[in-house]
Ligand binder design. Structure first.
Ligand code: SF4
Length: 181
């Protein structure tokens, strides 16, 4: 069996984004195929699990990224100026707990989010500009040994989840289905 994959809830069509919307994209068919062939997905929204309502004012990380938030050097601030750092830390802990419970080794997280973003996040000035960096949940999962991908790299994530399986093959050829040519 493949290792379960943790997926940001908004990527699964749940309307949990700050604006009350979900996300869609080509990644969905890859995840659907993964599940239809016996793969397991676990999911939550770190912002919601941290206690934030939906919809909610958007937040960005100021003066750093998620790893700086975890080490107390940066804060997550809403567009209204409210410090939401504690909610983001709580949400990250909830996501990690779910991953540990389910022995998750691979995650597909929504790009650019102050919680889930990985590689690029918004720069903290609410002007639509991105900077290099990682969200709070993405950082905590990554520091805990979970490989984090964004939705544009879902195929690679699925391939790794299959590779990170127990090593026992059921003989169905599933492991080949997502291999990267
Ligand atoms: Fe999606 Fe993550 Fe933002 Fe929740 S915190 S809406 S799961 S990107």
């Amino acid at each position: 069996m493949a290792s379960p994959i943790f997926v940001s809830a908004c990527l699964l069509g749940l309307p949990v984004r700050w604006d009350g919307k979900a996300v869609s994209g080509d990644y969905a068919s890859i995840l659907t195929k993964f599940v239809s062939r016996g793969g397991r997905i676990v999911s939550l929204c770190p912002e919601c699990s941290g206690g934030l309502p939906t919809p909610r004012p958007p937040c960005e990380i100021q003066a750093g990224d998620g790893s700086d938030v975890l080490s107390g050097k940066a804060r997550v601030i809403s567009i209204k100026g409210t410090d939401q750092t504690l909610a983001y830390l709580q949400g990250a802990r909830e996501a990690l707990a779910l991953c540990l419970q389910n022995q998750v080794k691979v995650a597909v997280l929504k790009s650019f989010s102050p919680a889930c973003g990985n590689g690029k996040i918004y720069d903290g000035f609410f002007r639509g500009t991105k900077k290099d960096g990682i969200g709070v949940t993405a950082s905590l999962l990554s520091q805990s040994g979970i490989r984090v991908f964004d939705e544009e790299h879902t195929l690679e994530a699925v391939a790794l989840a299959l590779k990170e399986s127990s090593g026992e093959s059921c003989g169905c050829g599933r492991e080949q289905t997502f291999s990267i040519a």
